[in-house]
Write a protein that binds this ligand. Structure first.
Ligand code: C2E
Ligand code: CA
Ligand code: CA
Ligand code: CA
Length: 274
């Protein structure tokens, strides 16, 4: 393709080949990991903004390859492209349901939220998968929350509506993730079976000096009787602002980083019961 100048031709092809090879290696490793379910879930707690009490967790996938942790932002897109996300996502769902069931027996209801990507949500069997996973693990549906980004929901809202309605009918809670970063049709938002708006970290980061978006999302949620979670809370000032503004739950490094299942269980067993 790049025939101008013989030397450049070689340079470009070699670089492209190396990139393509690295990608193929990553895909092969990911395929092997998906077959063996060679992942872990980290859990990040959420607390009630007013009381400080633990209200639930978000499950975040972790993949260790040859000792190094590969960030989800690097392999989730590859899992999406290759379709491996279906297998990986089913494992995440199963693991999260099993854990939520166990913790709630000790503690009382503590929902665990699971991130679901575009391809999973579009998969015709997704609602059935959720239903069978809940049943297999004896998990009350209220213990499972599904996080879907605003962009994914709104891009194809009419297509996703039947699946969302089925999930809601099961009793699963639905959260719109990264809220405020995409385009939401207010007319659709009112009709969607949604329970939670998660205020994107970028807007929490602007607090307290530029609170317009966060204020607007909280007011909108209150109007629609949805609950709000602020993600990426890193400072006391942000925490204070959000509690005063009436945000329901807080999540972020200030409260806790995502931690191992064992460390999260220690929180469940008392460390957070203030
Ligand atoms: P997300 O759903 O928006 O998750 C929040 C990300 O922000 C997580 O990164 C979390 O570790 C990080 N985070 C939490 N609190 C703070 C904070 O106070 N400050 C900062 N700077 N960051 C914070 P992580 O675990 O690397 O995940 C990145 C993204 O990968 C997630 O974004 C989600 O879109 C995706 N992801 C993670 N696990 C899964 C999964 O099981 N399935 C799917 N489909 N996607 C996943
Ligand atoms: Ca494993
Ligand atoms: Ca999320
Ligand atoms: Ca986010």
């Amino acid at each position: 393709a790049k025939a101008d100048g013989g030397g450049q031709f070689v340079f470009y092809t070699r670089e492209m080949t190396e990139r393509a090879m690295a990608r193929l290696r990553l895909e092969a490793s990911l395929r092997a990991a998906a077959e063996r379910h060679d992942f872990e879930l980290a859990y990040q707690p959420k607390i009630n903004a007013a009381s400080g009490r633990l209200t639930g967790f978000e499950a975040l996938i972790r993949w260790r390859l040859d000792g190094a942790l590969i960030p989800p932002m690097e392999f989730i897109p590859v899992a999406e492209d290759t379709g491996l996300i279906i297998e990986i996502g089913a494992w995440v769902l199963d693991e999260a349901c099993r854990t939520a069931t166990r913790w709630s027996l000790d503690h009382g209801p503590l929902p665990v939220a699971v991130n679901v990507s575009a391809r999973q949500l579009a998969d015709a069997g997704f609602a059935d998968l959720v239903e069978s996973t809940l049943r297999r693990n004896g998990t009350p549906a209220e213990l499972l929350e599904i996080e879907i980004t605003e962009t994914v929901i709104m891009k194809n809202v009419l297509h996703h509506l039947p699946t969302l309605n089925r999930l809601r009918a099961l009793g699963v809670r639905i959260a719109i993730d990264d809220f405020g970063t995409g385009y939401s049709s207010l007319a659709y938002l009112r009709q969607l079976p949604v329970d939670v708006l998660k205020i994107d970290r970028s807007f929490v980061n602007d607090l307290p000096h530029a609170p317009d978006i966060a204020s607007t999302v909280i007011a909108l949620a209150q109007r629609l009787m949805l609950s709000t979670v602020a993600e990426g809370v890193e400072t006391i000032e942000q925490q204070r602002w959000l509690a005063e503004a009436g945000c329901d739950s807080l999540q972020g490094y200030l409260i806790s980083r995502p931690v191992s299942a064992d460390a999260a269980e220690a929180m469940v067993m008392g460390a957070f019961a203030r």
